[in-house]
Design a protein around this ligand. Structure first.
Ligand code: CAA
Length: 261
């Protein structure tokens, strides 16, 4: 297992938990942390024990308070482009992972923090969570995908209002507009995320991976192309042991034992 400076990577049963751990800077994403996130997500993807991932922040104050402002302050355009690309790379890895990732947002998720959570499959939030894209306060715009993923999640008008005002919203408002799937008391956040991750991990891993791939593509493809992809992935699953096991187990009235093969 790799060791990380600004992250913790832990595996318990089928679940990997990646914790961003730069508490002194409210887990702000500097270049090194972005690189480590890319590596840790790839590690989880290649880890045969792991069937689902939880991404969270250390401490009880912040998930991620944004991209690291002290690192960005003196950047020129070329460096800023590289920095944005490092953030984009994390989003790209999340898009293409073969395993689902639940963001467990335990506090401030601002700027790059909201963007990171948005790139995960879905978000569970503590009742203390706060979301927002305050980049305009700093004279910039979101750089890790916020202008693209936020409108896809909450609609163009709501995303435009959030990004142009820089307003910060609480967990209940985030739930109301569909940014998060569930809000739970802070003390229960990780347990709730784990419960959901374990439920997913009990299903056929290849079915989960293919369903996730089709779902992710649904926002990019035409209905016809999306249905083509779904049909191909559906058919491909009939070449797996998991499909035979799942259907035989149903007919034999016993629980299925999936091996991801
Ligand atoms: N980058 C670097 N350091 C940060 C940070 C960030 N995004 N957010 C907080 N910190 C640091 C603070 O500088 C402070 O450090 P010191 O103790 O050394 O002074 C420490 O974390 C604690 O922060 P505060 O004292 O500010 O804590 P607070 O409780 O008073 O406020 C907060 C909390 C409202 C989250 C406030 O820290 C804040 O507004 N942070 C910045 C939020 C922000 O603007 N995020 C967007 C960044 S730009 C971006 O993300 C661009 C992009 O899309 C790629």
């Amino acid at each position: 297992m790799a060791s990380y400076e600004n992250l913790r990577y832990e595996v318990d049963g089928f679940i990997a938990t990646i914790t961003i751990a730069r508490e002194k800077a409210l887990n702000a994403l500097n270049r090194h942390t972005l690189n480590e996130l890319t590596w840790a997500l790839r590690e989880a993807d290649g880890d045969a024990r792991v069937r689902a991932v939880i991404l969270t922040g250390a401490g009880d104050k912040a998930f991620v308070a944004g991209a690291d402002i002290s690192e960005m302050v003196e950047q020129g355009a070329t460096e800023a482009r590289g920095f944005a690309q490092a953030g984009r790379a994390v989003g790209d890895v999340l898009e293409n992972l073969s395993k689902p990732v639940i963001a467990a947002v335990n506090g401030f998720a601002l700027g790059g923090g909201t963007e990171l959570a948005l790139a995960c499959d879905f978000i569970y939030a503590s009742d203390r969570a706060k979301f927002g894209q305050p980049e305009v306060n700093l004279g910039v715009i979101p750089g890790f995908g916020g202008t693209q993923r936020l409108p896809r999640r909450v609609g163009l008008a709501r995303a435009t209002e959030l990004i142009l005002t820089g307003d910060i919203i609480g967990a209940d408002e985030a739930l109301r507009i569909g940014l998060v799937n569930k809000v739970v008391p802070a003390a229960e956040l990780l347990a709730e995320a784990k419960k959901c991750a374990e439920k997913i991990a009990s299903k056929g891993p290849l079915a989960v991976a293919y369903a996730r791939r089709a779902l992710r593509k649904s926002v990019e493809l035409t209905l016809s192309a999306g249905n083509d992809l779904e049909g191909e992935l559906f058919a491909l699953l009939f070449a797996t042991q998991d499909q035979k096991e799942g259907m035989k187990a149903f007919l034999a009235k016993r629980p299925a034992k999936f091996e991801g093969k």
